[in-house]
Structures are given as C-alpha cells and as structure tokens.
Write a protein that binds this ligand. Sequence first.
Ligand SMILES: [Zn+2]
Length: 166
Amino acid sequence: MTPARRADLSDKDLSGLMTFVTERGGCVLTATSVWEVARFTGPGGVCIIYRNANGDLKWNQRAADSWEAWKAGRAWRATPRTKRGPRKRRIKYENLTARDGHDCFYCGKPVSFEEFSIEHLVSLTHGGPDNLTNMAVTHRGCNATAGHLSVVEKVRLAEQTKGLAQ
Ligand SMILES: [Zn+2]
C-alpha cells in the first residue's frame, strides 16, 4: 500500500523511491505546483505524487505501481530495455539465414546482420504475406534497387547478377 498521508512518507522513503526510479531509467521532473511531492517518468508516462489540502497523499496509478514494485522488490523499468523492432529483425535474420544461408538473394554475396534487409518477394503492397515463405535475405542496397520489380523480374535479376558475379 502507498502511504496515505504526507506524514507517512518519510524523506528517506521518498529519496529511496527516487533512487529506485532513476536507477531504472526514470527521470525526476520538476514539480509543477506546490502540491506535488514528486513527479517522475515511468513506463508509459509521468508518475505523480501530490498532497491535497487535507495533507492526504494522492498517487496516480503509475506512481503507485513504482512504489509497490520498489517495496515488493519487483522488476520495474521506466523505459523498455530493448525495443521490439530490432529483436524481431534479429529473429527473422536468424531464421532466414538458417533456411537459405547468408548469401544475398540478388547478388549472391554474404549479408551481415548490419547490412541485412528483408526482401518480400511478392511485395506487401501487392498482397504478399508477411511471413518467412515470402521473404529472402538481401543487402539493403540490392533490395532498394529491386523494390519496384514484380516477383518474376526479381528472380530474373537475381539470376543475372549472380551469373555476372561468377
Ligand atoms: Zn546483395
């Protein structure tokens, strides 16, 4: 339970909570009114603790969650540790190279994770499915060159460039 009155929230607890928050990616913000006891960033938005005229403490849900997590020793982070996008990209890269090898669909040269781009053989704008059966490993540059082609033209281009490379 969060402290219900200002007198119940010691300075020691408050600074302990702020340490907990800042160590986990939160920022302590400047109070916007004299009623605010603390304002800081948390997952999804701003956490606010303020007191009303009776000296009662009010916690918005995010602030209360941070207190509960701190007191219970639960995991809490103000910002996600890893973004979803790069991790999904890594998984696609691993799956595609396990299936097809590391060679670019177009030029036949090895593709590193940094250079990796997903080629949708039938483009998404033409109704191609967003799953592995419709994907190939390419360099970013090779993909950009071929992006506008039809699937037949893509395969033809791949055969040509690979033939020239040999
Ligand atoms: Zn390439």
